[in-house]
Design a protein around this ligand. Structure first.
Ligand code: A2P
Length: 324
């Protein structure tokens, strides 16, 4: 089974189907990881204002680009509008700050990070009330926000715009204005979201999987918070058995499975050997039986790791995307 290495986007641009995730890495560690990723052949880098590491990513990318504009064109750089900027009048300011920190002339893709919004508090991307809950802004108008994000393209400083963490109904709604260049959501064997993926495919919206390896640190934090255990995807017996059969690692099986589902994935790693491993997923095939076995691991909503419970009060927002 031959799988295209890119999603073809408007204007002939191409988004690599294996990208490099950057959440939860400190600046120094991230810079080294990005260097290792570039050396391993990654060209798609996913970031977000909310990760507060755009400057470190920008430094590593700019060192690699040097004075060669052709090298910038090889890259596909993504960042996201944080929830605190989710109002039409704030989009430009947050976008400008991201571009400035990344120290780039243009972005390849800019995403609305979440459909829910926080208050705009300069200097604080995660504003909280005294009781620890988030300062939510319930006045969000998702379509007006989307129109403002679309408008960013007019400046030529962003080539594509898209969305993240939207549910099926929200995706259909934004598509009624204009099709996003992609939908980025959590996707892995325990949280496969078949209905959302089918809806995006039908609408012609490429889907990018975040936490494709199950984001162990986040899963552990969730388990500690809820008292419910959450399995390590890489340790699942089915995944391990299939990995052994192909002489591959469990991570490679999980990433290959996403590719065979027609998805892009943005795995995170700070370890050079694992960084290399995660992009070496083009030269083996999972059989139909193996695909069915992996499909059967889906736990639906229970399998979701990034359910935003760490943003206390987000679930009360009218655009909160997930079912309880
Ligand atoms: P590390 O940085 O030590 O490699 P996700 O992309 O789903 O958020 O998962 C990221 C987590 O998975 C990180 O803890 C990362 O740890 C780990 N990881 C990334 N690649 C691999 C791999 N090939 N094998 C095992 N663990 C991996």
């Amino acid at each position: 089974m031959s799988i295209p290495q890119y999603f073809e986007l408007e204007g002939g641009d191409r988004m690599p189907r294996i990208g490099f995730g950057t959440w939860q890495a400190s600046d120094e560690v991230l810079e080294q990881a990005v260097e290792a990723a570039l050396a391993a052949g990654y060209r798609h880098f996913d970031s977000a204002r909310a990760y507060e590491n755009e400057a470190a990513l920008g430094r590593a990318l700019n060192r690699w680009i040097g004075n060669d504009p052709a090298k910038r064109k090889e890259l596909f750089v993504v960042t996201k509008l944080p929830p605190g900027g989710n109002r039409p009048e704030h989009v430009q300011e947050y976008f400008d700050n991201s571009l400035k920190d990344l120290n780039l002339e243009y972005l390849d893709l800019y995403l609305i990070h979440t459909p829910f919004a926080f208050d705009h508090v300069p200097g604080d991307l995660h504003p909280k009330n005294p009781d620890g809950s988030m300062r939510m802004d319930h006045s969000t108008n998702l379509l007006e926000l989307w129109k403002a994000v679309l408008k960013l393209k007019e400046s030529g400083r962003v080539r594509h715009v898209g969305v993240s963490n939207l549910n099926e109904e929200q995706l259909a709604r934004v598509c009624s204005v204009a099709k996003p260049a992609c939908l980025q959501v959590e996707l892995h064997v325990l949280c496969q979201q078949p209905s959302l993926v089918a809806a995006a495919n039908k609408l012609g919206v490429p889907v990018v999987a975040y936490s494709p390896l199950g984001s162990k640190a986040l899963a552990d934090a969730k388990a500690a918070q809820t008292g419910q255990s959450y399995p390590d995807l890489l340790q699942l017996a089915e995944v391990q058995r299939i990995a052994q059969a192909h002489d591959r690692t469990p991570a490679q099986v999980l990433l290959r499975y996403n590719l065979q589902r027609g998805l892009a994935s943005i795995p995170k790693s700070t370890n050079p050997a694992r960084i290399k491993q995660n992009i070496s997923v083009w030269d083996f095939n999972l059989s139909e039986t193996e695909v069915s076995e992996l499909a059967a691991l889906d736990r639906g909503e229970k399998g979701r790791v990034c359910d935003f419970t760490f943003f206390v009060g987000a679930d009360k927002h009218p655009e909160f995307p997930f079912k309880k």
